[in-house]
Each structure stands twice: as structure tokens, then as C-alpha cells.
Design a protein around this ligand. Structure first.
Ligand code: HEC
Length: 103
């Protein structure tokens, strides 16, 4: 019986962790200071990015903005590189950005 209670507790706690997607969590941790979901901040909004870029462009800007900003049409690079994130984390961020694309 005690075993069952423990398992139920475990299941409940993992579901509540999953409520906030991995991408959203990373976004709040690393990007929120400069990018907001739908309004322009220091950098463009995720909605704007989602509507005009493909995955490859987003991934290279996140990992290596110094070599990508020009191709994307920016005059200056003011975004730091996030090259210590894992590919999984970068993809989770890209998925989160894409969720703002107009349907
Ligand atoms: C210090 C501020 C800053 C932070 C932090 C930041 N960005 Fe940026 N970002 C910018 C700026 C400014 C630009 C415009 C291009 C440039 O400066 O290279 C930009 C551009 C981008 C672009 C391309 C925009 C376009 O029009 O296609 C993407 C994608 C992007 N950022 C994603 C992210 C993600 C994801 C994070 C978090 C991991 C992040 N940024 C964190 C400032 C920031």
C-alpha cells in the first residue's frame, strides 16, 4: 500500500513538471530579457521571428549570431551566442518560438 502511494505521488509530481514546456522554461531563463513573445523588446518578438524564419535560420542565430545576423538582414549583432546549450535545448527553444507562428 505504501508503495502505491509513493508511485502515485511520483506520477503527480512529474505531470506538474511537464506543465511548463522545456522550451518555455529555457526561454524564460535565457531569452526573456531581450525577446518577448508577441511584442518587440530589445530583439524582435518570437511571433515575428516565427512568421519569417525557418528552423535552420533560428538555430544558427541562437548558436552563432555573429555569423548569422547579416544573412538575416541585421546591421549589428547585439545578441550573445548560446553555444553551450545542447542541441536538444536549442531545438526545444525553436519549437517554443514556432508555437507563436500565425496559423
Ligand atoms: C542580450 C539580448 C539578447 C538575448 C539575451 C537574446 N537575444 Fe536573440 N536577438 C537579440 C538581438 C538584438 C537580435 C537581432 C540580431 C542580432 O543582434 O544579432 C536577436 C535576434 C534573434 C533571432 C533572429 C531574429 C530574426 O529576425 O530572425 C533569434 C531566432 C533569436 N534572437 C533567438 C533568441 C533566443 C532563442 C534567445 C535565448 C536563448 C535569445 N535570442 C536571447 C538580442 C538577444
Amino acid at each position: 500500500m505504501r508503495h502505491l502511494i509513493f508511485i502515485t505521488f511520483l506520477l503527480l509530481s512529474t505531470t506538474s513538471f511537464a506543465d511548463e514546456s522545456k522550451g518555455e522554461k529555457l526561454f524564460k531563463e535565457y531569452c526573456w530579457g531581450c525577446h518577448h513573445q508577441t511584442s518587440m523588446a530589445f530583439g524582435p518578438s518570437f511571433k515575428e521571428i516565427a512568421n519569417k524564419r525557418n528552423e535552420g535560420q533560428m538555430i544558427s542565430q541562437i548558436i552563432d549570431p555573429a555569423n548569422t545576423y547579416k544573412q538575416l538582414g541585421f546591421k549589428r549583432n547585439a545578441m550573445p551566442p548560446f553555444n553551450d546549450l545542447s542541441m536538444d535545448e536549442v531545438k526545444a527553444l525553436v519549437e517554443f518560438i514556432k508555437s507563436y507562428k500565425d496559423k
